[in-house]
Design a protein around this ligand. Structure first.
Ligand SMILES: Cc1cc2nc3c(=O)[nH]c(=O)nc-3n(C[C@H](O)[C@H](O)[C@H](O)COP(=O)(O)OP(=O)(O)OC[C@H]3O[C@@H](n4cnc5c(N)ncnc54)[C@H](O)[C@@H]3O)c2cc1C
Length: 406
């Protein structure tokens, strides 16, 4: 599988997969047959992560070929992404703590030789746990891991290798093409027993053997998986979900594109932008370097988004690879004499912080437009996934998927 950073490649993969999104997916999704053999799952996550492909498009195609009942498993997996995105939006503290702890652990690696040695053994794939060592190589070489492998990997990292979960989450985030602040952080917390309080995910040798079709015979995994602990979190914060609705803005409007949303041609804008700025420089995912594959994928997605936006809005489009967003945006605003800026709502993560800082000194407003999908999903993401799952039929009918053109 080659994840090309283009809308056409995303659509090709979507149409290849859709016939299997019903009962076949439910039966095969847990099997990890190895690198290049992940046909049991959609492998759409890198495009969905950058919103080169929208969740509602995936759902519309699924429901055009399958009933809700037969594709329920796949549909609910698609909603897990929105669930984690919304859950983290309600809890910015979780992201802030993760970043602080990660920075502390990276500093600790410089002083604590025992921790450094155990960490290096894991990230170099020389632990002697053949399955784990295989997955490290697959992750770093391809930028993708099967969901089941991610669960086993995280569990072995936390409970068998006894390494800090934040360092493992960081390794994933820097190497996964679909690396996402919410899905990744929340999934690692879920494995460690922090998301569903007290419930951990224990990787078991028999389960690995069965779902890898006997490729791995693992021994020595931790038997005890006591939940990780953390100080209590603040109550979930309220979200403003009508952000950008009816976005009629005065004067000339500039549209900003980032790696967080590469479908600007399908963004509900009521004011046509007169200038477009594509910020190609990827936001650093960590204090450590991200893989060059991840950076190239992200850069190319934004570049393609610029073409889509240009074709849709017919406005002057500038692509910038400069890392100094503040300077780039200020010059562009002055050059086009803009009165307001608009962008797709930026979720929690490094891009939000970076763009907010870059626009802090501007005297014109930056309006973030919340997509209708997020506005429908996020209100049901304050607690467990079950609350959202109950709402799926109602959300799907409100999305009016039959009207969506892909
Ligand atoms: C430790 C760990 C870390 C993870 N990190 C990420 C991450 O950084 N980014 C990411 O997108 N997913 C992450 N996931 C979730 C999941 O593993 C991937 O979304 C999935 O493997 C992508 O492959 P696919 O597109 O073939 O998924 P499919 O099974 O075909 O599912 C279709 C789509 O639904 C969404 N989805 C499916 N399962 C999940 C899930 N459990 N949580 C959230 N969304 C889901 C994805 O957008 C996916 O593309 C992580 C899971 C674990 C256990």
């Amino acid at each position: 599988m080659d994840w090309k950073p283009s809308r056409q490649a995303a659509l090709d993969q979507l149409f290849t997969f859709i016939p299997k999104a019903g009962k076949t997916y439910a039966a095969e999704r847990n099997f990890d047959l190895g690198e290049g053999l992940h046909e049991g799952v959609s492998q759409l996550s890198p495009w969905i992560r950058n919103r080169m492909l929208l969740e509602e498009e995936v759902l519309a195609q699924t429901l055009s070929k399958h009933s809700f009942a037969s594709a329920e498993k796949f549909i609910s997996e698609v909603f897990w992404r929105g669930y984690f995105k919304g859950w983290l939006e309600h809890r910015p503290e979780v992201w802030a703590r993760y970043r602080t702890n990660l920075t502390d652990y990276v500093k600790q690696l410089e002083q604590d030789t025992s921790l450094l040695q155990r960490y290096e053994t894991a990230v170099e794939g020389t632990t002697g746990i053949a399955a784990f060592d295989y997955w490290v190589r697959e992750l770093t070489q391809t930028g993708y891991l099967h969901n089941h492998a991610r669960m086993w990997f995280a569990s072995i990292w936390i409970f068998t290798l006894e390494l800090p979960w934040e360092l493992g989450a960081d390794l994933f985030y820097r190497h996964l093409l679909d690396g996402d602040a919410a899905s990744n952080t929340c999934s690692w917390r879920w494995v460690g027993g922090l998301h569903t309080k007290g419930k951990t995910y224990a990787a078991q040798a028999s389960n690995i053997e069965r779902f890898t079709n006997g490729r791995f015979d693992v021994t020595g995994l931790a038997i005890k998986t006591s939940p990780l602990q953390e100080p209590p979190l603040p109550a979930p914060s309220e979200l403003s979900l009508d952000k950008g609705r009816g976005n009629l803005l005065p004067g000339k409007v500039g549209l900003i594109l980032t790696e967080e949303d590469c479908s600007p041609d399908r963004l509900p804008l009521t004011t046509a932008p007169s200038a477009i700025l594509a910020l190609l420089d990827p936001s650093p995912r960590s204090v450590l370097a991200s893989s060059s594959k991840v950076e190239a994928f992200s850069r190319q997605c934004v570049s393609e988004a610029a073409q889509l936006a240009s074709a849709r809005w017919g406005a002057d489009c500038q692509k910038s690879s400069d890392s100094n967003w503040n300077e780039v945006i200020t010059d562009w605003v002055n050059q086009h004499n803009l009165a307001a800026l608009v962008t797709a709502r930026i979720p929690i993560g490094p891009t939000r912080k970076r763009l907010t800082r870059a626009c802090r000194e501007l005297t014109i407003p930056l309006l973030e437009v919340t997509r209708p999908y997020d506005a429908l999903v996020w209100p049901h993401t304050k607690a467990g996934f079950f609350a959202l799952r109950k709402k799926l039929p109602s959300i799907l009918s409100q999305l009016d998927l039959g009207q969506l053109e892909v």
